[in-house]
Design a protein around this ligand. Sequence first.
Ligand code: ADP
Length: 190
Amino acid sequence: MRLIIMGPPGAGKGTQAAGVADQYGIPAISTGDIFRANVSEGTALGVEAQRYMDAGEYVPDEITNAMVRDRLAAEDCKPGFLLDGYPRTLAQVEVLDGILADAGTPLDAVLVLTVDSEELVQRLLARAQVEGRADDTEEVIRRRQEVYSEQTAPLIAVYGERGVLVSVDGMGEVDEVSARISAALAGVTT
Ligand code: ADP
């Protein structure tokens, strides 16, 4: 199963990605997590990525694309994968298309979580208190939402035209959303 999970910051992608990946026995690949791991290890990639992340901006495509290309080449991606936080720009969609075409492995579905915008800010502010992520301040959250609307929301129409979109209501309890996702993915044939 090859999947993408999309949605605005705070939609619950990371939380739901873990459950879906478990269910299908595939790795959940979060570009945000990979960047954060590099930041805490102080790698060259982390140093470069951090200035964009702290401002709520996207890390440049060249950096992100190279990182994902490497990750998808790993052995554990053979049975499939769930991408969380990638692609986020039209240029990233093109690169991913190329990677998948070269491997002869098409995408099965693009899962989109929908959540009200006020609920999103509340969730992110609550997460800031628990996890203390540097990019969870109100100002940076607003900027991440803008960047999402400008650069990432248009990808939904692109995948919609390809007929691979699976839209799921992301409001409510984590378990309720998980159940909706399972039901929606049960209809996807691989
Ligand atoms: P969010 O909760 O905002 O969806 P993530 O943990 O997925 O957060 O990502 C955090 C930050 O990492 C983003 O704001 C961005 O700076 C960087 N990032 C993650 N994925 C990408 C990507 N595909 N392209 C560019 N930057 C990315």
